[in-house]
Structures are given as C-alpha cells and as structure tokens.
Design a protein around this ligand. Structure first.
Ligand code: PLP
Length: 396
C-alpha cells in the first residue's frame, strides 16, 4: 500500500507530471537533487538541527482529558503542531525545501500563498537560512490577509500581487510557475502543500512525515504501537499525509476531513474528495472541483487554509483504494468544535484544525474508553479569532 518514491511519479492513476516542456529540465533537476539529498546524512542532520532548535520539534502528543471526558468515549490525543514556530506544521516543509534549495545552489526562492500562511512560513525559513524570498499572492487575498503581507515584508520578503483570474491562490500558483519558467537557473519554487507535479507531492509528504513518525514513537509511551484512529484536516493535504503515511501499513483507522463549508449540497465548500471528479490541475492528475467543461469552480471554506479546488494525488489514491476515509465538516460544526476545544482545554485551534476536531467529537462518543483517537492539531487559531467572533454574532 505504501508508495515510497514512484519512478513514474504516479499513485495509481493519480499524480504524474503535467507540465510545459520548458519546465522539464527544472523538474528533472529537482527530482535528482531530492533523490540525492533525502538520504544524505549531512542534509538530514542539518534539517534535524533546524527542526529541533529553530522550529521546536518534537511537538507534544497531548491527552485532551477534559475534552475526552466531556464527550465520553474514546481518549482523544492532540498532536500539537500548533506549538511549532510560526504556529503551524508548514515550517516542517519550508525548512526542508529551503535547505534543499541551498544544497542545489539556488539563491532565489519563490512561492505561492493563499491565506498567507505558507508565504510567511517560507519567508521565515528563508530569513533563517539567508535566502532571498519572493511570494506570489492574489490581489483579493492580499486585501483579506493584510497582516500576513505585512509579516512577509517584515521578514524581508517581496510580495507580488497577482491581478489575473479570480485573484486568489490558483492564480498565484499560475504566476509562480510562470516566474519559475523564466528564471529556472537561480530560482527554486517552494510549493506549499503535497500537490503539484512529481516529485513535489512525495517530497512534501516526506518532510511532513515527521508528524506521523513522532506520533508512533509517542504512542509507545502509553503502551500502544499505533493509534486506533487518526484524524487530520485536508486542504492540499500536507499535514494529513504527513500524519497518515507512517501509519499506512498498520491497522490504524485513518480519516481525513475536508471543508464542507455551508454544506456539500449548497456547492459552497472545498470538499474535493467528497464532491469532486478526476482531472488535471497544477501539474497533477487528481480529484478536482470543476464544472462539466473542466473549468475550476470557486471554493468556499470558513478557514482560508482549506480553500483549494484540488487535493494531493496521494490522497486521491488513498481514497480510491479505500485505505483512508474522507469525511467533511461544515462551517457550523467547525465553529462549535473551535469553541469547545478552546473552552475545555484552553487551546485555541486554527479553523483548519477545528475540522479534524469536529470529526473527532462526532465519532469519539461511539467508541470505547480504551480506544485512542489522535487528532493532528495542524495550527493555532490566533489568526482566526475575528472570523469566529463575526460568525458567532451572525449565526448563534
Ligand atoms: C495551510 C494549513 C492547512 C492546510 O494545508 P494542508 O497542506 O492540507 O496541510 C491546515 N492547517 C493549517 C493550520 C494550515 O495553516
């Protein structure tokens, strides 16, 4: 079931490299460099140093006793990626790729960002490692997420405003790819999730797999070799695949949670695996939210980080082979889960992560006290308190 490094870049029929010819040399260089460094002792040592000393790994696996007892059922454990530098799991990936870029002799890093979280995580890694960063961001997103633009600027990163298309994430990705084609010699494209053409989905998964590996180690302390159930939210799918991958060959029940937004039936959601169809976007074959003509649909989620019309190809594969189940949570359920975790445990989760909490709350009561559910808390929610306040005023 585990696909380590597919030579053809495929997970079953998904993945691949749907790229313009002008990008082929850059992707080939990336692939051979990644293959060379992923098992290189000095690279691994350097990455481990920054993950530990700079980012704050390992993160705790916290038994959420109050929450578990309130729900009454399985024991819920939280993998605290929210405690990492920058407040989310994204730094695992940006440090890994930025270090790789350095080894490849690249001096200029470009990236795309939607809500700005990946842009900020890229800017942090680049400031730390002495690399020049430029981030593409849709105009609409720069307005909605002004603070993150300001953060990136403070971190010494130039933000390119993208005025084409819907002026959001997918347009920012298109512009970043255009830049890469023109500047392949000195430029490294630091992609923000387990998406895109091969080898990005594999590489990002590997950098994020530290989450799942630590969970397995930490389960030993409570006398189990693996969790009974593991849950993570799915946008592009990087925190989820990083959590799931090391457990694929165990009998852990694995559940990804997508954003059902205002409800799957309303069309206002970003639940790609629940409601999408197969197609090609951003260099990969995967499930997409598209219309009958193949045009990408507008997505909606209360959490900006899950608002993506595609999903990593390995998730499409894990869905079709039924190794992983993909559930969804509505905005309403997410806000309730956010408020519940905040009140019971004193932990303010990112709205993205609150999707995973919402699903854990749903299933925990049907399980035994001896069962364990591990939820990856992908990030902290300080960034989301205004959205929550507004939602509660309007709807509760
Ligand atoms: C970006 C982000 C996500 C979604 O990205 P994935 O690649 O699906 O992990 C989830 N949670 C948080 C906190 C994020 O910042």
């Amino acid at each position: 079931m585990k696909i380590k490094f597919p030579k053809d870049g495929r997970f079953g029929e998904f993945g691949g490299k749907y790229i313009p010819e002008t990008l082929v040399p850059a992707i080939e260089e990336l692939e051979s460099s990644y293959l060379r460094y992923k098992n290189d002792q000095s690279f691994k040592k350097e990455l481990n140093y920054y993950l530990t000393e700079y980012a704050g790994r390992p993160t705790p696996l916290y038994y959420a006793k109050n929450l578990s007892e309130k729900i009454g059922g399985a024991k819920i454990y939280l993998k605290r990626e929210d405690l990492l530098h920058g407040g989310a799991h994204k730094i695992n990936n940006t440090l890994g790729q930025a270090l790789l870029a350095k080894r490849m002799g690249k001096t200029r890093i470009i990236a795309e960002t939607g809500a700005g979280q990946h842009g900020v995580a890229t800017a942090m890694a680049c400031a730390c490692l002495g690399l020049k960063a430029e981030v593409y961001m849709g105009l609409r997103d720069t307005v909605r997420q002004r603070l993150n633009v300001f953060r990136m600027n403070l971190l010494g990163c130039h933000v390119h405003t993208v005025e084409s298309g819907s002026q959001t994430l997918k347009d920012a990705i298109n512009e970043a790819i255009r830049d890469w084609i023109t500047n392949v010699n000195d430029t490294y494209y630091l992609l923000g999730s387990a998406v895109g053409p091969h080898p990005y989905p594999v590489m990002v998964r590997d950098f994020q797999s530290i989450i799942g590996r630590e969970i397995l180690q930490q389960m030993k302390k409570i006398g189990k070799s693996h969790p009974d159930t593991v849950i993570a939210c799915v946008g592009g799918g990087s925190n989820a695949i990083g959590t799931f991958y090391p457990m694929i060959d165990t009998d852990t029940e694995i559940i990804g949670v997508e954003a059902a937004g205002e409800g799957l039936e309303t069309g206002h959601h970003s639940a790609t695996l629940n409601a999408g169809s197969k197609g090609v976007l951003h260099g990969m074959m995967t499930y997409l939210l598209q219309d009958t003509e193949g045009q990408i649909k507008e997505t909606h989620s209360i959490s900006a980080g899950l608002d993506y019309p595609g999903v990593g190809p390995e998730h499409s594969y894990l869905k079709d082979t039924r190794r992983v189940r993909y559930a969804s949570a509505t905005d309403d359920e997410v806000i309730r889960a956010f408020l519940l975790l905040t009140k019971t445990e004193g932990i303010i989760p990112a709205l993205e992560s609150a999707h995973a909490i919402a699903h854990a709350v749903k299933i925990a009561k049907k399980k035994q006290k001896s069962d364990s559910i591990v939820v990856t808390l992908s990030g902290r929610g300080d960034k989301d308190v205004e959205v929550v306040e507004e939602y509660v005023k309007k709807n509760f």
